[in-house]
Design a protein around this ligand. Structure first.
Ligand SMILES: [Zn+2]
Ligand SMILES: [Zn+2]
Length: 159
């Protein structure tokens, strides 16, 4: 008896499912090992995914704002207590904010957005900062940590 394409596909599907069920644990281990061995690839992918799905993340963040804030503040407290370098940077950021005042009416140096503005400190030896919106700031840090791609806008930050 000759199987049709459809039957072949159905059979293959069942075979794949059985194979997956039988080897589930091993396959998951293999995947997580691959992720461990290929951290840079995973990071590039997740950075790219994050950028592409920015709205989804925003929505998710809005829904879980409270949890995030709690986790963030605990993380920050611990870090301030245990990490002198972090403490120094934290204080410098605070001082810088006090000196420069509100960012109201300012805009992102990259895309001119006036919403969700951040201060990026190119160096923690001075109070100087540049103004970037959340998204451009994220992009910049992705680039600085080797996860993102080079963008013309970073030229302004070199020197
Ligand atoms: Zn921007
Ligand atoms: Zn920054």
């Amino acid at each position: 008896m000759v199987m049709t394409e459809k039957e072949k596909k159905a059979k293959q599907k069942i075979y794949n499912k059985n194979y997956y069920d039988a080897n589930r644990k091993r396959l998951i281990e293999k995947k997580s090992q691959w992720q461990k061995d290929n951290k840079d690839k995973v990071n590039v992918c997740s950075a790219r995914y994050k950028r592409k799905n920015d709205d989804k993340f925003k929505e998710y963040y809005q829904e879980h704002k409270g949890e995030y804030a709690k986790r963030q503040s605990k993380y920050q407290k611990d870090k301030l207590k245990n990490n002198p370098e972090y403490r120094r940077k934290f204080r410098l950021r605070q001082m810088s904010r006090q000196i420069s005042g509100s960012l109201k009416g300012k805009s992102c140096i990259n895309c001119n957005s006036t919403e969700d503005l951040h201060r990026h400190h190119p160096s923690y030896d001075s109070y100087d900062f540049i103004i970037l919106c959340r998204k451009c700031h994220q992009d910049l840090h992705d680039f600085l940590s080797g996860r993102g791609e080079y963008n013309e806008k970073y030229k302004a930050l070199e020197s």
